[in-house]
Design a protein around this ligand. Structure first.
Ligand SMILES: CC(C)(COP(=O)(O)OP(=O)(O)OC[C@H]1O[C@@H](n2cnc3c(N)ncnc32)[C@H](O)[C@@H]1OP(=O)(O)O)[C@@H](O)C(=O)NCCC(=O)NCCS
Length: 167
């Protein structure tokens, strides 16, 4: 009898964005802040990268490498003692690459209010055991909103590749 691996089945079947979605929660401690008590941008970028990589790895069942991080706007400062919630969702898949959106929210424990502070799009490439790009399962998109997000991601990818080829 043939032994069909989970990896092979996944590569044919594909997965929905929900299946790989990641929610990561962090508490802003003194060591994460600047002299004004606001979360350091570099620390937040690190968390965004980790949350995005977990979603991409979950989708592909592979180790992934970050190949591109789109511009990142800091809309509101995040203060020491606040809770940071990062939601990472697959938006698009290609042959070996995947785009993940990461939305960042800050939650003030005392007031209970939550605001969207950042939005980032990251592209990851799935790697095989030799560190070479490896095929990823297709993204199954069902809702109209997911279709819209997929088309927008495709446009962003074209822009990134144009930018890369100009360098
Ligand atoms: C990831 C890596 C092995 C890919 O190698 P490569 O020679 O670029 O491979 P390819 O040209 O075949 O590209 C692989 C995929 O990435 C995509 N890609 C490459 N550069 C990209 C960019 N700047 N933006 C968007 N997509 C990109 C390609 O279009 C291709 O997608 P597809 O297979 O879905 O069509 C190589 O780029 C690398 O090692 N980069 C450094 C990664 C790193 O150190 N990251 C930080 C730590 S994780």
């Amino acid at each position: 009898m043939h032994d069909i691996s989970k990896e092979y089945i996944n590569s044919i079947n594909g997965k929905t964005p929900i299946e790989s979605q990641v929610e990561m929660t962090e508490l802003v401690l003194p060591n994460d802040t600047n002299l004004l008590g606001n979360l350091l941008g570099g620390k937040l970028m690190h968390w965004i990268d980790i949350a995005g990589a977990m979603a991409a790895s979950r989708h592909s069942n592979k180790v992934v490498a970050t190949v591109s991080l789109d511009s990142l706007d800091f809309r509101h400062p995040i203060r020491m003692g606040e809770v940071v919630i990062l939601k990472a969702t697959l938006t698009w898949t290609g042959n070996t690459s995947m785009e993940v959106s990461v939305n960042v929210y800050s939650e003030n424990i005392k007031s209970g209010s939550t605001i969207l502070t950042n939005k980032a799009f990251i592209t990851f490439v799935a790697l095989d055991d030799r560190g070479k790009p490896s095929k990823v399962p297709p993204l199954i998109i069902e809702s109209e909103e997911e279709k819209k997000v997929f088309c927008e991601a495709k446009k962003r990818r074209e822009y990134r590749l144009k930018r890369k080829n100009k360098e």
